[in-house]
Design a protein around this ligand. Sequence first.
Ligand code: SAM
Length: 254
Amino acid sequence: MSHKPRKRFGQNFLKDDAIIARIIDAIRPMPSDRMAEIGPGLGALTVPLLSILDHLDVIEIDRDIVAHLSERFPENRLTIHQADALKFDFSSLGKNLRVVGNLPYNISTPLLFHLSEFPDSIRDMHFMLQKEVVDRMVAEPSTPDYGRLSVMLQHRFDMEKCFEVPPECFNPAPKVDSAIVRMVPLESVEAADEALFSKIVAAAFSQRRKTLRNTLRDRLDAEDFEALSIDPQARAETLSVSDFARISNYLGEK
Ligand code: SAM
């Protein structure tokens, strides 16, 4: 198929067979796995996945690509959902779902947050993302990459950076390095009220250089900091995910 990559859909197609093999190896598909690929594109991952899996669901926004895929693969092997992955109901694909994809980088953060809404349906996820985003996802407290994205995702997922992928493995080559990340939903989350947790984390990181006393002044007074054993002079980047969950649970009970 001759297809001009579309920038608006973040189309950077994988072309390096060795990297494709490494990605499939990291995913470790088994024939009976229930799996969904976001953005199959021209099939760089779809073809090797289907050489192992009995069946695969794909979610693709580009109509031309959908037309091409539906000609290339039989319906009983590949179910194509022509849809925006940001709006797709992943719970409609059943439980124990494995989600994979070389994601369009322009929507990666909202897509990760959207996928966080289906903890009961998803077994694990493997994604290619911008390396810089993966570094932020897996960052530890008190490091420059640690921030809102790290806390919000680490609260829900066990995450591991698998390996990095250089620009020349794609066509066209993106301007940035990429990396593969594995995400496994945690069995339980520490914060009882997710919405409150999210607000606290957003407020705490709203001004990175300011102390918690400043950023959380509308919610916590000196007594509260004392009760929580958290230093009001500390900055958000020094708190662990559990610290944020403790603050959220404390305020939820108050
Ligand atoms: N998997 C292919 C590969 O590795 O070569 C293509 C990856 S390309 C980086 C991203 C793919 O996601 C493209 O096929 C693009 O059309 C598709 N895409 C972009 N935005 C999307 C969206 N909102 N929902 C579903 N698919 C999307």
